[in-house]
Structure formats: C-alpha cells, structure tokens
Design a protein around this ligand. Sequence first.
Ligand SMILES: [Zn+2]
Ligand SMILES: [Zn+2]
Length: 303
Amino acid sequence: MFRVTVLGSSAALPTRSRGVSSIALEREGELLLFDCGEGTQRQMTVARLSRFEPDVIFISHIHGDHTLGLFGLLMSMSMHDRRSPVRIVGPDRLKKLIVEVFRILGTKLTFTVEFVHAKDGLVHRGAGYRVRAIRTEHPGECYGYRLDEDRRPGKFFPDRAVALGISPGPIFRKLQNGRAVEVGGSRITPEMVMGPPRRGRSFGYSGDTRPARRLVTFFKGVDLLAFDTTFSDEYATEARQFGHSTASESAMLAERAGVKTLLMTHISQRVADATILLEQAKKIHPDSVVAEDLMQFDVPLPR
Ligand SMILES: [Zn+2]
Ligand SMILES: [Zn+2]
C-alpha cells in the first residue's frame, strides 16, 4: 500500500472545512507525516489513522501552521506508553522548540525523540525507501521532501525459464531474488529470465515555497506532488511577497518536472472558491487536483 491522506490543506488559519498543513503517507504498514499543524491529531482520528503512530515526521519549517500539532501528538503517543523512538526531520530550531515546550509543561515523554537537522540531500532511509530534502524559497529555513521507493526486480518471465530447462520451484525463486543458478552444467543469470529493474513509487511534498527552478529537478517524475498553491493567479504579487505559489506557478512546475499528479494544497482563505485553482492549473497541467481534507490517493506500482 502507498496511500497519501490529506489531513490539513489550509494556509495559516484553519477554516470550517480545512485544517492547517499536514499530510500522512501510509506505506507497507508504516506511517509517515509531512508537517503537523494544529488539529492534525484529530484529523488522524477522523481518517482512522490514529491506531498507527508515525515513526518519522518530516517538518518543512518552523511556522506555526506546520508545527503546532506536534506537541499534542507526541503527548498522546506518550500516554499510550510508546517505547520506540520517533524521528523528527526538520529545521534547526525545531529541536529547541520541542525540548522547551515539554520542559515547561513538565512532561517527560516515554520514548526518545531523535532530531535530524534537514539539509539538501538524503535525510532518512527507511525499509525499502529513502527520503531526500531540498531548501525551498520561503522566509526562514524551509525544506521540501521527496520519498522514493527502492527499485524493484524486473518482471519475471516463467516461459523463458522453462525454455532454459528450469522447472517451477525453488530455482525460480532464486532467480527472482536476483541470484544466478547452475542448471545442467550451464549458468543462468536473472537477466536471462527477467526484464530490467522497475522503479518504485514516489511522493513529493514542497512545504511552503515559491516555484523555484531547483525544485523542478528535485521533483522530477514523482507520482504525486503536494505543492504549495496558496493563491489563485490574481494574487501573484502576494505570492511573491510572502514566498508562496499560485495555481499557474505550481502547475507550471509540475509540468516542467514531468510530475504525474499535482495536488494543490496550503490554500489561502482568500481563495473563496477553490475551483478557480483547478481551472487555472488544468490549462497547464491537466492532472491537477485541489486538496480537500481527508482526501486519499492510492499510488499504484509502476508497471
Ligand atoms: Zn504555511
Ligand atoms: Zn510558512
């Protein structure tokens, strides 16, 4: 499973229908969070994600609409007597913020929080995937993240194997696992019975940002990209001023990067009708979606 759930899609302030920034990614039994605005924990309950506890939380930047849900979430995990560590990847000041809050609250968590100071490049390696970060263009220290699954072995062609004199069974599995075998005195390598390695699934999260050129390379070819689309095109000046992107800007970036689906999120209250974002984006990148809270996306394995 590779399922992305929007937990909060509003910029700066929560509204009647939108909470502030957070996105969950469930993958092979693991839960990862990208940002954790106020109310994230409650949204996780509504989305029925609460039974899972995130092992890794990626924070884009220190702004309150991306971080203020962390304290409640960590506290609940402690109340559930969590023992395994939680890793938090993010900007420098995050560690101090969390340590200070729990010191002042007088709360001692039942688990360790491992802080990883984000930087351009690899920031986390999980079972079967890796996450890289990139500095984005927004006031302060802000990062975007990209998760890529490891490459999978190529497609196995049983008829080719049979033609080489191998019968189905343990030898099939050896070849499928990438090991060469010896059959009737001749050596058979996996390449002889399998297609080329296949890529895994990928997800990108921009955090808050201008549509910087370097992000085009960074998000090249991702299956699903959640990108800052705070404003409709009418607010291009505000987008530049506050370090955000408009619908056309995020669509242009997605198009240039060859992204499959663009998920426009971090939507300003000023955008009264979100369908305008869709109209503006679709002209440039047809596979665009406006994020709504609790929306889910299942990313399929590439063939
Ligand atoms: Zn924000
Ligand atoms: Zn911000």
